[in-house]
Write a protein of this length. Sequence first.
Length: 255
Amino acid sequence: MGAPEDKLPLPKGWIRTFSNSQKRYYYSHSETKHTQWHFPTASEANDPWMAKRRAEGNNHQPSSHHPSKKQRTEKGSRSSAPVASTSAASLLDVDALLDVADTTSVAIIVPFRDLHKEQKRSEHLASFVPHMIKFLGNLQTKERRISDFRIYIVEQSDDGRKFNRGKLLNIGFDVARKHKSKNGQKHDVFIFHDVDLLPSKQLNEAYSKFPTVPHHIARCWDRYSNNPKYFGGIVSFSSSDYKRINGYPNTFWGW
């Protein structure tokens, strides 16, 4: 899995501090005074003011922890789509300051297997890839909410075994965390995504915000919103949180 983030050498000017309330490390810059949960990315190391500017921009946007009735999705009929977002932070509250941490590079990890024709997984994939390229491309070039994205389709072989979604997601994470863009930037947001769910632009924030805690994006769909124990469909993780839970179980086969 590589060296843990709390052991890596820090870029110049960055400080690592342990949060007693959250039982995890956070990172701050001595000059900009910006504070965030995630390890500084290559772009943040080169321009530490960038993270502060974007965090302040997010902080001035209206937001709420309560579901928004106006948010909708493109999964069959339109439905309400509650999206978790962060509230304005107090300058004296470290945990609140960390809530405005922003994303830079997004990995979409999709477990896939086209074994049963009635599930129409090939059709789903044929729709999913161009839709996500357009959706994420808009976040990158027009909205400028993210700086980089990549889609990973992890396919299980036809080996006669039942579907193992967890193992496919773990493989996808292991591949994605090693990826570097042309400027040396690595993913800092990992979204584990079913192939039959297509987001609309009302979910821009959910896909571009750095998840200070794991975020169940799929709750915007009616079929997932009424089951508080369900945590699948679409889930956003930071690298540190995914490592902290040691990923998904590899031994669970089938649904």
